[in-house]
Design a protein around this ligand. Sequence first.
Ligand code: TYR
Length: 440
Amino acid sequence: MSTASPVLSRQANDPSFPNIWQELKWRGLVHVSTDEATLEEALAGDPITYYCGFDPTAASLHLGHLVQLLLLRRLQLAGHKPLGLVGGSTGLIGDPRQTSERVLNTKEVVSEWVESLGNQVSNYLSFDGDNAARMVNNLDWTGGLSALDFLRDIGKHFRVGTMIKKEIVAKRLNSEEGISYTEFSYQILQGLDYLNLHRDYDCVLQTGGSDQWGNLTSGTELVRKVEGQHVHAIGTPLITNADGTKFGKSEGNAIWLNPEMCSPYTFYQFWLNTADADVADRLKVFTFLTRDEIAEYQQKVETEPFRREAQRRLAWEVTSLVHGEEQTQKVIDASAAIFGGGELEGIDEDTLTAVGTELNHVVLPATDDHSIIDLLVKSELVGSKSEARRTVKDGGAYVNNVKITDEAQSFGSNQALHGRHLLVRRGKKNMAMVSLESEV
Ligand SMILES: N[C@@H](Cc1ccc(O)cc1)C(=O)O
């Protein structure tokens, strides 16, 4: 994974807004918050310290987290001081989900993920200057806390009546499965984080998804009770598609930020496929383009939607924020070559595999005697051998973008890209990927 921070090349907030709060509201990033007037005043004034936490529940963060990562950076660009928290302790407990109790991961796995997530979060922040970011791990203040101290010193501040009213807890209590004491306690831990960060860093704002509202207010209430201070929280909206389908998944898979878990090609395609009805909203939330620039793209969606300029800009921006500009350009060049009949030799295997998942993809034994006729038939580009022969004769058969005119020509690993992949094409548009089984 690249160590450069592509996000840091994006400069400053949109100067057309009087302050960052107004910009966040315009971007649609505020679904719910603590008292708006004092929050706006705090954000428009001297630098404040704020935080957002990420739990190690997988080896990588995904698109839902990207909203938070970019929000951290937006507030830092406005001059405020970010704390990126990784949940070394909360990841061991598990934030209750709507559906069911979590299966706990081992401590070893959680600590590995703490490290990988910490690296990912760091990529979105600047560690230089007066408002340099800092990374924290909540295991540092909860790891040594005894059960008795926890119950005596922290538990006393929480009313069970309030705790069971939090939306997700209430839902789970009413479900057949119910909720364990472990997950029920989660909100106390997150509340305790806010209290600690308030004490140690004068942290006065926590951000998170709106599904986190119960946990966010658990912290603001604790700080009010214990320290007598009024601190803030912002809950960002759940991102939804205009047609009601789920955002952030491609064929049922989460779009991960780690390129080993979701190739930059798939990532780029995901954004390119954004519906016209959604594209302006996505530009607001996931890019640093200004209000004027987004208005122009909005206009283009209305007047010349077939050009998909807004989608292409969106895909370029978000992919370069996450994977860097160089990688993004590679992906664009690779698709141009693949779909435009160009040279395929230089394309990396991850990209080819990702392209394969979008095409009809067949796996054949790793022998050297696959005839062009077989390739066309087995990849279902033609319906019969005679149709395959006709295709070759008419000059409509291609392997790796090279026209094949000899119907007796056969293919194997020597002709395959990376020794494994044959891109088979019929005519201009119909493509399939044939991969040879890897030899074991
Ligand atoms: N509960 C948050 C993660 C988190 C953990 C600890 C915190 O202090 C803050 C946030 C989530 O699941 O997304």
